[in-house]
Structure formats: structure tokens, C-alpha cells
Write a protein that binds this ligand. Structure first.
Ligand code: NAI
Length: 255
């Protein structure tokens, strides 16, 4: 028996990286996956990959920072499926902004809007579709939600906020049969890292990857699929007595 058979799973930010890998894993496990992303054409590529492997998926445009856009996604889910079983709030952005007194206000607002407020908005409008049957919500925090990074206070604030927002949601919805947990990735090889520090071929990008591999007890960066399998645990009944928890998957950095 597949672990997400007959389930509808919505994954924000599923055009690339961790979200794409998770969409593939959820579909392998029988879910119908709604790949919701601000980059619709790229999300369509995820859907094609799923369909080639015999799975079920569709791509839907959403900008998680925009109320009307998230409402449109929820309306589409309501009219197409009626209920949602799994919501993975994975969409996120990260960028260095300097020390707090130098940090651009617009960048701070943007990171909070996508990462933290986006998690709130998507939850707010999708939860009504989960109230009838219950389900599982996975938010995406980070080891950057537990410890600080140089020049990234906006991201640290957003991800720390998501970790505690997750606990608040968990107790709000426990009696509705909705479990809410967060996943905190370590350093994972995705396009986000390219944006943050540069690609593998660039000197700064190479130095960042080498340094991160060195400080990671497992000795390497994580792979998107290694986050997807943790998300699968949280999405499925394998974690039926787990709620309000943050699962760190970071190769041992925070140990
Ligand atoms: P990524 O950059 O590969 O993927 C992010 C996805 O979010 C993209 O598909 C992008 O189009 C989408 N997105 C961005 N803004 C959006 C918006 N306003 N509305 C809807 N979709 C939007 O990044 P990655 O690495 O896969 O990150 C996924 C999540 O994991 C993020 O929340 C990130 O903060 C978190 N994370 C990643 C780590 C890493 O080392 N890669 C470490 C810790 C956390």
C-alpha cells in the first residue's frame, strides 16, 4: 500500500529544489499533487516529470505573498478536489542583506512576506478544506530558524517565526485532526544556494559549499530528495502521533 494513496497534496514552491523533489516522492506514494508556484512554467516541468513516472499532478500559479492569489488557489482546490489532505508550505526565498542598520527595508519586507506571511496566508485559506477529514501540514523552517547567520537577519526572523507559528497552529488544530509540524533543512543543494552565494562553478559558491561540507558532521551538503523523504514521514500516517514538532535534517550541524 502506498503511503499517500487517494490523498490530495498541495506543495508550494514545487517548481525546483526541495519542493520539486517532494512532489515527485509524494506522487510516487500515490498522492495527487498540486504543484503551486509563482513560476508556473517551471512547475509544469515538475508535473511532466510526475506524469512520465505514472503519477497524478497539476501545476497552479500562486504567489504566496499575495492574498488574492492564495484565495484563487484555495478556490481552485475547492472546486477541483473539495478537500485537501496534505499542505507543504515550502515556498521560500533567501538573500543576504548586510547587518541590520544596512539591511534594505524592502528586502526584509519581501522575505517576511514570502516565507512567514506566505506560510500564514496559504494555511489560512487551505485549512478550511482540511477541516472535514483532517490532514497534515508541513511548514518549512530551517536551521536558520534556530541559530543566526551573518547578514541574513530577515531570513533568521522569518524562519524562527515559522517554527513558533507551527507550534501555535499545532495546538489550534489538534482537535480537528490536523497535525502541524515543521521541517528544518540544513544546507541543501538547490537553486536557492546559487542565489544566496553563487553557483558551484563560481569561487564564492565553491568556497561556501566546501566550508559547509566541512562543518557538517556527515561531511556533505544534503540532497533535495533527503528532505522529501522527511516530508513524506510528516505527511503520512507514519507520523500520526507527531504534532507541533520541528524535524531538523541537517547532516548533524545542530547536534
Ligand atoms: P528553491 O529556490 O529551489 O525553491 C523555492 C521555490 O519557491 C521555487 O520554485 C520558487 O519559484 C518558489 N517561490 C518563491 N517565491 C514564491 C512565491 N512568492 N510564491 C510561490 N512560490 C514561490 O529553494 P529550496 O532550497 O528548494 O527551498 C525550499 C524551502 O526550503 C524554502 O522555504 C527555503 O527557505 C527552505 N530551506 C532551504 C535550505 C537550503 O539549503 N536549500 C535550507 C533551509 C531551508
Amino acid at each position: 500500500m502506498k503511503r499517500l494513496e487517494n490523498k490530495v497534496a498541495v506543495i508550494t514552491g514545487s517548481a525546483t529544489g526541495i519542493g520539486q523533489a517532494t512532489a515527485l516522492v509524494f506522487a510516487e506514494q500515490g498522492a495527487t499533487v498540486v504543484c503551486a508556484d509563482v513560476e508556473l512554467e517551471k512547475a509544469q516541468v515538475t508535473v511532466e516529470k510526475i506524469k512520465e513516472a505514472g503519477g497524478k499532478a497539476e501545476a497552479v500559479h500562486v504567489d504566496v505573498s499575495q492574498v488574492d492569489s492564495v484565495k484563487q488557489l484555495a478556490d481552485h482546490l475547492q472546486s477541483t478536489y473539495g478537500t485537501v489532505d496534505v499542505l507543504f508550505n515550502n515556498a521560500g526565498i533567501d538573500q543576504q542583506g548586510g547587518k541590520v542598520h544596512e539591511y534594505p527595508i524592502e528586502l526584509f519586507d519581501q522575505i517576511i512576506a514570502v516565507d512567514l506571511r506566505g506560510t500564514f496566508l496559504t494555511s489560512k485559506f487551505v485549512i478550511p478544506l482540511m477541516l472535514k477529514n483532517g490532514g497534515s501540514i508541513i511548514n518549512t523552517s530551517s536551521m536558520s530558524g534556530r541559530a543566526a547567520d551573518l547578514n541574513r537577519s530577515g531570513y533568521n526572523a522569518a524562519k524562527g517565526g515559522i517554527a513558533n507559528f507551527t507550534r501555535a497552529m499545532a495546538i489550534d488544530y489538534a482537535r480537528d485532526g490536523i497535525r502541524v509540524n515543521s521541517l528544518s533543512p540544513g544546507t541543501i543543494e538547490t537553486p536557492l544556494i546559487d542565489t544566496l552565494v553563487g553557483g558551484k562553478e563560481e569561487e564564492q559558491g565553491k568556497q561556501f559549499r566546501d566550508a559547509n561540507a566541512w562543518i557538517t558532521p556527515l561531511g556533505r551538503l544534503g540532497k533535495p530528495r533527503e528532505m522529501a523523504t522527511v516530508a513524506l514521514f510528516l505527511a503520512s500516517d507514519d507520523s500520526s502521533y507527531v504534532t507541533g514538532e520541528d524535524i531538523t535534517a541537517d547532516g548533524g550541524i545542530m547536534a
